[in-house]
Write a protein that binds this ligand. Structure first.
Ligand SMILES: Nc1ncnc2c1ncn2[C@@H]1O[C@H](COP(=O)(O)OP(=O)(O)OP(=O)(O)O)[C@@H](O)[C@H]1O
Ligand SMILES: O=P(O)(O)OC[C@H]1O[C@H](OP(=O)(O)OP(=O)(O)O)[C@H](O)[C@@H]1O
Ligand SMILES: [Mg+2]
Length: 281
């Protein structure tokens, strides 16, 4: 049985649940359930704090985990990213009162509050900036107002939290994060692990791609294929109508209306888009 760590709280929880459900795994019945055993899929799900997941996986007590890339770096645990999952996207940034500082170099000798002390300390060391890291558990944005810190380093998604307390980001982003699957660094990939990855990648394909079908005059087929090249070449089938062919291909969901416009401009008829329910490439 594969032992997988899944966030039990916080920003990644719902999206991770939804993705695992779409990948065919048994969802947890309520938010208090800490372990889900799913023998049909040979998997055990352990619901843990996102911050702790890299620690368990790095120790090898669990085979794989879903966590944030920033949390993996922060932990310093011997675990590695296997695939990005496309949700929980955020940047990790410095912020302070408007106009206070412009780059990390301005922070030498100052105090920076964060709940990602490992990630921040590594970044400061890389940049050769000697500053004091004040480790807090959360809600770090308030630390400046309360006089505990001169600047903060925190997760920013929409920026609403910072705006609400009158802070502004400055300097280059420290890190770009999203939800990822991790495994112990250097560990062999078991059959169960590869199955998990294939299923999750299938969910990503089903989310990001749609199927397009259309009819086109045979003499325009090269132009049509240039617009819809498909993954490994589109399927082209004869139509009962003389001089016409039917084409079927996968295209990115994003921009599919533009693709339909271009196909119509070269004379395509009966252009249909359908959602992909599940996929394995
Ligand atoms: N508003 C957000 N939008 C997108 N991703 C976020 C957001 N807040 C946090 N994350 C990401 O989610 C992951 C887990 O962070 P989260 O804040 O949920 O954990 P936590 O702080 O330990 O939990 P909690 O906030 O419940 O105490 C991190 O990788 C982080 O980058
Ligand atoms: O840019 P925004 O869209 O406002 O999102 C970013 C905020 O979301 C997270 O907070 P969370 O709710 O996890 O609280 P925490 O700081 O206590 O972890 C993060 O720590 C930021 O505060
Ligand atoms: Mg949080």
């Amino acid at each position: 049985m594969l032992r997988l760590a899944v966030p039990n709280k916080g920003a990644l929880t719902d999206a991770a649940q939804t993705m695992l459900k779409e990948a065919g795994y048994r969802p947890r019945r309520d938010s208090k359930e800490l372990v889900v055993v799913d023998p049909e899929n040979s998997i055990e799900l352990f619901f843990l704090r996102p911050r702790d997941i890299a620690v368990y996986v790095g120790e090898g007590t669990l085979d794989a985990g879903i966590t944030g890339r920033d949390m993996l770096f922060d932990s310093g645990a011997p675990a590695e990213e296997v695939v990005p999952l496309g949700f929980g996207r955020s940047t990790f940034r410095f912020a302070s009162g408007p106009g206070s500082y412009t780059s990390v170099d301005d922070l030498a000798g100052l105090r920076i509050a964060t709940s990602y002390a490992g990630l921040l300390s590594k970044y400061l060391a890389d940049k050769g900036v000697d500053a004091r890291v004040i480790k807090l558990d959360g809600a770090v944005e308030t630390a400046i107002r309360l006089g505990v810190a001169d600047a903060v380093a925190d997760v920013v998604e929409t920026g609403t939290t910072l705006r609400n307390v009158g802070l502004e980001v400055f300097g280059e982003p420290i890190a770009h994060s999203e939800a990822i699957v991790i495994k112990q660094a250097g560990a062999a990939e078991t059959n169960g692990f590869q199955q998990l990855i294939r299923r999750l990648q299938g969910v990503l394909v089903a989310r990001d791609y749609v199927m397009i079908d259309y009819d086109i005059r045979a003499e325009r087929i090269d132009d049509a294929i240039a617009i819809t090249p498909g993954m490994e070449g589109p399927t082209v089938s004869p139509l009962h109508r003389e001089g016409w062919v039917a084409v079927r291909a996968m295209i990115p969901r994003k921009g599919h209306q533009q693709v339909m416009d271009r196909l119509q401009e070269i004379g395509a008829k009966a252009v249909l888009i359908t959602a992909i329910f599940a996929a394995r490439l």
